[in-house]
Design a protein around this ligand. Structure first.
Ligand SMILES: [Zn+2]
Length: 149
């Protein structure tokens, strides 16, 4: 009578799998490596944060620069066609992010965003994530990440 797979969980896993993006995976992998305990996509929270760190009461979103309009980012390009369509779409996304952020904060969560462009290089992501997690100590790993660009 051993029930290995809880149907609710397997449905969740399937959904999680469908929603996985490479930037999210990079953030998760590094957060895991840094020893931070987190959960994925808590659907009971506003906006279904990509990662939730319960002990830090931290909700973390990994946002695509284009869709979520990373301010000042070269990836947040403006399409040249259907301008009005895109502008209203972008405005809706940004407004939604703002609303979700406020709702989470009202529930006592700290809300942070890691932008897609910050996930591409580990030497960029690591300090960003450490700052968010309050892990400012240097982790002594034997593998060197001193690649020059
Ligand atoms: Zn960006």
């Amino acid at each position: 009578m051993t029930e290995q797979i809880d149907p609710k969980r397997s449905a969740l896993m399937a959904r999680v799998k469908g929603r996985d993006t490479r930037p999210e995976i990079r953030v998760r992998r590094l957060a895991h490596e840094l020893g931070a305990r987190f959960r994925l996509q808590r659907r009971d929270l506003p906006g279904t944060p990509d990662l939730v760190f319960p002990s830090r009461r931290l909700a973390l979103f990994v946002h695509g620069c284009f869709w979520h309009r990373h301010p000042g980012c070269r990836h947040a390009t403006d399409p040249r066609t259907r301008v009005a369509f895109w502008q209203s779409k972008f405005a809706a996304n940004v407004e939604r992010d703002r609303r979700v952020g406020r709702a989470l904060e009202d529930l006592g969560w700290r809300v942070e965003v890691v932008w897609e462009c910050e996930t591409r290089k580990r030497e960029v992501l690591e300090p960003v994530l450490k700052a968010i997690l309050g892990l400012d100590t240097v982790v002594d790993t034997s593998d060197s990440d001193e690649h020059s660009i």
